[in-house]
Design a protein around this ligand. Sequence first.
Ligand code: AOF
Ligand code: ZN
Length: 378
Amino acid sequence: MPPAVTRPDAERDRRFMAAALGLARRGLGRTWPNPSVAAIIVAETEDGPVVVGRGVTAAGGRPHAEIVALAEAGTAARGATCYVTLEPCSHHGKSPPCSDALKAAGIARLVSAMEDPNPEVAGGGHRALEAAGVSVAVGIGGAEAREIVRGHILKVTEGRPLVTLKLAVSADGMIGRKGEGQVAITGPEARARVHLMRAEHDAIAVGIGTVLADDPELTCRLPGMADGSPVRIVFDTNARLPLGARMVEGIAAAPVWAIVGKAAPQERVRALQAAGVVVIAAPSAEDGRIDLRIALTLLAARGLTSVMVEGGADLASALLSAGLVDRAAIFSSPGEIGPGGIAAPDMVRAGLALSRFTETETRGFGPDLLRLFAREGD
Ligand code: AOF
Ligand code: ZN
């Protein structure tokens, strides 16, 4: 009988890495303060390669993906190949290093999509395994892996989370109707997509104007995904968030964080805290409003790697002009709002061009169109 094939096979590596990247994507929004990482362990048998363990970073960040996959593989990990979407950690953080666990389990080969930009790791995991005699290949699936952990990269390099701006614009260029609260601009297919996007982010943010006008719940209401609801954040300089707001009354569904100015009335701050709202005081910029860059830094310090901003127009404009938007999701509907509409500010349209965004994807959802933008070069 011929010996089992042990020679690295590029096509096979791409295939297993693609599976791992798919798994990692499914963990998005659930693993903060850690990035969503996946590991797949493949043993060589006489019948060819067999997956003996799979893991994604657990909800809340621990255990890490490799530990979950190794537990499933047991002794079958000895001599096997491990595919990881991010370099295994080598530091003693809140958990022991994954590089040690992989070594101890007898992994013979590591295929890793990318180096971990976390300065505590930064190549140390790959080096530790190589030094232990493990064959290490880095870079397969790197572009997609970087896209998945973009928020983690920004958090460790710039100290702020990834910001995705979501807007729905009617055919006549409106984002709502004055004094009417929430207006349905897009259809049910696009709305389902928005709920999925919510679940893929660590948090959703709106300005206080949107809360006062629309009273949104900001939860993920997809069947079977209710636990995917991210943290709800309100930019609220003067702590005006009403205790009777739906998101405060329904605080059990998902946490609510209010970012208030340092001069916000203390009795309002105390009332919000008593209702279970986490109040974060941020310094003001020159215009008296919250300094958005610093506010985002405070969110990253609390562990968030990604935030989806859902409105309103003022917050969207302010983030765009501060250069703090990394991705944008613009839904356009064929329907018109007509008289009394609130126009999407020119800043939003111009901002996407000014900050040099490129359109990465265009997709139809029922009658609506979704256009995705990313910062050029991202
Ligand atoms: C991995 N596998 O699944 C993830 C990793 O505080 P700790 O010990 O949980 O370490 C957190 C850091 O580990 C995090 O900032 C990131 O650099 C890395 N994430 N590493 O080996 C994983 N999620
Ligand atoms: Zn680890």
